[in-house]
Design a binder for this molecule. Structure first.
Ligand code: FRU
Length: 564
């Protein structure tokens, strides 16, 4: 009996203690302090996406060791995100927005739901999580960053919010792959510091040790987004596993508010590193011999192409022109908004680069798009790819609705990797876009059954309508018009389109000649259509309540389905 009483008392004390562990000390209607009584690896923060942002300062021994923004739950919990405590002892939380002043601060759902844990469960809980596209295990993702290849491994960093599935707290998340298809999540590559959060940028392999960090060191350049946008450097001497920030940061500063997204490459002819920066409505080109001191060389773009939005995420590289034995330079310019169907898109210019200046072959009013869907943005390419390949990866979403798409545990995937080259049509040279050859290795035995992850090859004999449909009547209708030489995709009835007025739409692409083969990559929440010769690419998200399980084609087209 005595033993039972003692056990009961012990249990009650334990419960009381547990209840007291997360006891907010309320200082005002918008300010709370939270002592971290327990020393577990993580504190699980309850997030409610509709809640206003809470600004959290993480303290240890009275010093701030981290700051972050999270939408702490007010009424209900949408999901949890892990805050690694690293022995911190206090959270200083200030709330923004009016919702916090309504109701008692002590009653907010977050105080009741916060949990001390040693493990964070990342098991997939999302119906729409793609099966073969790269996604973050949890949290928000936008642009691909710092992409390079070294010693058989493809490195892909990305704009990541570890504290919610909406844009905030930018850091570089990281993944690696040996085949461009299966990705392993790695610890965050570069985290925010006193200069700001970490915006987009690139990595290069410094083979000849020009920067002095060692032969083969990986040099990352990114935008520090603080009071101003400045360019900073970090370096890795362990093949990209960990990065140290350069002590001379920031390396490049400016008074222009939009000054970002450094993209670097080695220009062999001038023996210089080249950096491209997106600066408002133009791209600026800098050069350096040692990756530390930079000289401004030139600017491109003020009068060229589309200017419906801010120029972002540049890239510049040389590509072979099919059937000519020649090469030309391509300058990539992601733009948001201003895309052909609204919101974000990737435009590019074809011309020449002499180590100092980019000159465009086309007239200023000519605009070229790399992908004619709505969900292909922030496209950049890998440094140091093998076999002279130029491999591009894009973020598969659109700023018009990226924060609202119907997923929670994570938000956004990357489009499949694509190999680029150039082809001529009439008087213009265009970018050829082919699914990277690695995609062929996913193909299973040809089947008649459409699945939620497969490649469909359609052999076309002139104009054709291709419809994907499920038992609920949700469908996507694609039309190849051989006369007009266009391909279109209508996703107005594709499933859930309700989250944004900008989502339902039909996208249309020029096919630059007759299309003989259509390659369609289907995943749980995306469709990527390619002309078999790489003269047309179209990437669109779809959110069907159940997978499309039938395909209908007109005009005797032949369909082969390769399940993945
Ligand atoms: C493009 C972009 C970049 C910026 C990053 C911030 O999508 O706006 O210009 O560096 O996202 O997350």
């Amino acid at each position: 009996m005595k033993k039972l009483l003692m056990t009961l008392m012990a249990m009650m004390t334990c419960c009381l203690l547990d209840a007291q562990i997360i006891a907010p000390r309320i200082l005002s209607d918008s300010h709370v302090m939270l002592s971290l009584e327990k020393q577990t690896r993580y504190l699980l923060l309850p997030v409610e996406e509709k809640a206003e942002i809470a600004h959290i300062r993480v303290l240890k021994d009275n010093n701030v060791c981290q700051t972050l923004n999270a939408r702490l739950a007010v009424d209900k919990v949408d999901y949890f995100v892990p805050l690694e405590l690293k022995k911190a002892d206090l959270l200083d939380i200030s709330f923004r927005g009016d919702r916090r002043t309504k109701g008692a601060m002590s009653e907010l759902a977050c105080w009741h739901e916060m949990k001390y844990v040693d493990e964070f469960d990342m098991t997939n809980r999302e119906h729409f999580r793609p099966k073969y596209h790269h996604t973050p295990k949890y949290g928000w993702m936008n642009d691909p960053n710092g992409m390079f290849y070294k010693d058989g491994v493809w490195h892909l960093a990305f704009q990541w919010n570890p504290y919610g599935s909406q844009w905030e707290n930018m850091t570089w998340g990281a993944s690696t792959s040996r085949d461009l298809i299966h990705w392993d999540a790695q610890p965050a590559a570069i985290e925010a510091d006193g200069l700001g959060t970490i915006f987009s940028g690139s990595c290069v392999v410094d083979k000849e040790n020009t920067a002095g960090f060692g032969k083969g060191a990986i040099i990352a350049y990114y935008t520090s987004a603080g009071e101003a946008q400045t360019q900073s450097m970090a370096y890795s001497t362990d093949g990209g596993k960990t990065f140290k920030k350069y002590s001379g940061n920031p390396v490049l500063v400016s008074s222009v508010p939009d000054f970002r997204d450094p993209h670097l490459f080695w220009h062999a002819e001038t023996q210089r590193w080249i950096m491209l920066l997106a600066v408002g409505q133009e791209m600026q080109i800098y050069s350096s011999a040692n990756l530390k001191q930079w000289t401004m060389e030139s600017r491109f773009g003020a009068e060229y192409g589309n200017h419906g939005g801010v120029w972002e995420c540049p890239d510049l590289f040389r590509l072979p022109v099919r059937g000519t034995g020649q090469q030309k330079w391509v300058l990539v310019c992601n733009i948001n908004p201003g895309g052909p169907f609204g919101g974000s898109a990737t435009q590019y210019f074809v011309g020449n680069f002499d180590g100092h200046k980019f000159t465009c072959d086309s007239r200023p009013e000519v605009t070229k798009w790399m992908d004619y869907g709505k969900d292909h943005y922030a496209t950049v390419t890998f440094d140091n790819a093998p076999d002279n390949r130029r491999v591009a990866i894009a973020w598969m979403s659109n700023w018009q609705y990226a924060n609202e798409v119907p997923t929670k545990q994570f938000r956004s995937a990357n489009a499949i990797p694509r190999d680029l080259d150039l082809f001529i049509d009439g008087t213009e040279t265009y970018c050829g876009v082919m699914p990277s050859p690695e995609m062929l290795t996913l193909r299973g035995k040809p089947s008649k059954q459409l699945t939620d992850a497969c490649e469909v090859v359609v052999t076309l004999k002139g104009s054709t309508e291709i419809t994907l449909q499920n038992a609920k009547g949700e469908k996507v209708v694609m039309r190849y018009d051989a006369q007009k030489q266009t391909f279109s995709m209508d996703r107005t009835k594709s499933g859930d389109t309700s989250f944004s007025e900008h989502f339902p739409c039909t996208t249309v692409a020029p096919t630059h000649g007759q299309m003989k083969q259509l390659r369609l990559f289907i995943d749980r929440s995306s469709l990527e259509a390619f002309d078999g010769d790489g003269k047309m690419a179209m990437t669109n998200l779809v959110f069907p309540s159940e997978p499309y399980n039938t395909i209908n084609v007109t005009n005797k087209a032949k369909v082969t389905i390769y399940p993945f």
